[in-house]
Design a binder for this molecule. Structure first.
Ligand code: AMP
Length: 538
């Protein structure tokens, strides 16, 4: 017997319409480049998102075509989050921290037809523009200065448009957005999110045992809107009618704490580097900020150290540790305690909260090693494999990326984990040859290849070494050619034009030889062991 329910598509226009109908008085606040606060309501937001949709259609955007956004976190980016997909177009968020050549590759590979960009990012665009073919560039005049010739002024573009927009019939499996993720080798890979994936992800993210978001909350996404859609929070918060407060380009701890205090924020989200900075500011200035007691901080992107969770508890601020990936939209697991664990000794509770946590509903996890599926004993290690309705099934236009999926259809994450009898997953290592610095990936392989292009360098291996502020920083172990000499500074200068500044290895150390496996490959595990207690210069 078939169920007899309506075939109602899970698509984004519904969320926009709901927020406008039910929460039109709820505020959306954004910090502008000059630090002033821009305020309007969901009612204003929905009208402007629809004006944008009308404008894009008038410019000729067709279903399935990509619009890139190169923007900080603010109201106009939120408008793009909805205004692009409700036309059937695809929101392609671009990471403004990438090197211009990588950005250009990504824009070209995705085939972005239009780009929407903050005026404050035009200097970056100047470096990208000669490398890409984009039809129209729309500039958001955040500073209020006139938009230079050759660009379309966002405000002038949407001003004459009607406030009503009738979306086309969008199938729930159509693309809503895309985001590129850095690969170990080769080029960045595009993940394409469907409407269905985003809606289901939003529903589950809002659950009490996930990110616990409701219309009672006031939420600041510190995580950039170009990082897996700020972990989906702008979609989830619009669905729940949560007041959204965007930090704009001001991500330093004092600016954030001022914002939390002024706007009575109840929940925020970002990578550990942000929270380490916030903790330091709180401890340096006791009593300076009156924060909402129990303010929740969602921490992901890298592991939340147990010491950080404990320290925030002392300030009556609550860390929620979560795990996810670009390929998983991103929420996969969240670490909350089960009711009976509240009776457990305190140390044990902290140990659990520092794990990456339990899979959220509709998201399955398993660990896999040479012997097959690992037992959930909290000891046996294996690569984490996942599946679910918001897990990527392939990469965009990249048939050779298939080795990331198992034959039975699970996605191989590259994270090495244990899973304990309670079902909590803990990351213990990773197979990916990458460094995660302040929430952003650095490819060790690309650095190694570049270093080995220097005439004095025979071999180079780059590894991630723990760092108190950035989580990890790259360290390069270099073997020189016989008779050659070069200083670390010279090597850094050599790399400088090829990479974003923060990619340059923090330390370059000359070694006699790089440890190798019997097959002759670099034995990075051994190298990491060798440098695990490395003392970074202050
Ligand atoms: P990205 O695709 O850039 O979001 O990176 C996803 C990767 O970040 C994961 O595969 C992990 O390696 C790492 N990651 C994300 N969240 C956590 C976490 N809570 N703890 C440790 N690593 C994490």
């Amino acid at each position: 017997m078939q169920g007899q329910m309506m075939d109602y598509p899970l698509t984004l226009p519904h969320i926009l319409e709901r927020s406008e109908k039910l929460f039109s008085k709820v505020e959306v606040v954004s910090r502008m480049p000059d630090k002033s606060l821009h305020r309007y309501t969901y009612g204003d937001f929905a009208k402007r998102a629809k004006k944008l949709a009308n404008a894009l259609v008038r410019l000729g955007l067709r279903e399935g075509e990509r619009v890139g956004t190169l923007m900080w976190n603010h109201y106009a980016h939120l408008e793009a989050y909805f205004g692009i997909p409700i036309t059937g177009g695809v929101l392609h968020t671009l990471n403004l921290r990438l090197h211009p050549s990588d950005l250009a590759y990504i824009i070209n590979h995705a085939g972005d037809r239009f780009i929407i960009i903050d005026d404050v990012l035009l200097p970056l665009w100047e470096k990208v523009a000669p490398l890409v073919e984009v039809e129209k560039v729309i500039v958001v005049p955040l500073t209020g200065k006139p938009v230079p010739d050759g660009f379309i002024d966002y405000e002038q573009l949407i001003a004459p448009e009607p406030e009503d927009f009738t979306p086309p019939a969008i199938g729930e499996n159509q693309a809503l957005g895309m985001c590129y993720t850095s690969g170990t080798t080769g080029k960045p890979k595009g993940v394409v999110y469907s409407h269905r994936a985003i809606i289901l992800h939003s529903l589950v993210s809002a659950m009490p045992d996930a990110l616990n978001l409701s219309q009672n909350d006031i939420m600041v996404p510190v995580v950039p809107m170009f990082h897996v859609n700020a972990w989906g929070l702008p979609f989830t918060a619009t669905m729940t009618g949560t007041k959204q407060v965007f930090p704009g380009p001001h991500l330093d701890p004092v600016s954030l704490l001022d914002l939390y205090e002024q706007e009575k924020v109840t929940v925020s989200a970002g990578v550990p580097t942000i929270w380490l900075g916030i903790l330091e500011a709180l401890e340096k200035n006791p009593g300076r900020w009156k924060l909402t007691p129990g303010l929740r901080m969602v921490v992901g992107g890298s592991a939340a150290p147990e010491a950080l969770i404990r320290a925030f508890d002392r300030h009556n601020l609550r860390i929620l540790h979560a795990w996810g990936m670009t390929e998983t939209t991103p929420l996969g697991t969240a670490s909350y305690l089960k009711s009976y664990m509240l009776e457990w000794p305190e140390d044990e509770q902290y140990r659990y909260r520092a794990k990456q946590g339990l899979p959220v509903p509709l998201f399955e996890i398993r660990g896999w090693n040479e012997a097959g599926e690992i037992p959930w004993d909290g000891k046996t290690m294996g690569e984490l494999q996942v599946r679910g309705p918001w897990v990527a099934a392939s990469y965009y236009d990249l048939p050779e990326g298939r080795d990331k999926w198992t034959e039975d259809g699970w996605f191989k994450t590259g994270d090495v984990v244990t899973i304990d009898p309670e079902g909590y997953m803990e990351i213990v290592d990773r197979t990916k040859d990458l460094v995660k610095s302040g929430g952003e990936w650095i490819s060790s392989v690309q650095l190694e290849n570049a270093l080995m292009g220097h005439p004095a360098v025979k071999e180079a291996a780059v590894i991630a070494v723990p760092h108190p502020k950035w989580g990890e920083r790259p360290l390069a172990a270099v073997v020189l050619r016989e008779g050659a000499s070069v200083t670390p500074e010279e090597l850094k200068e050599y790399l400088a034009p090829k990479f974003a500044k923060w990619w340059i290895p923090e330390a370059i150390v000359f070694v006699e030889a790089i440890p190798r496996t019997s097959a002759g490959k670099f034995l990075k595990a051994k190298l990491r062991e060798q440098f695990k207690d490395w003392k970074w210069e202050a």
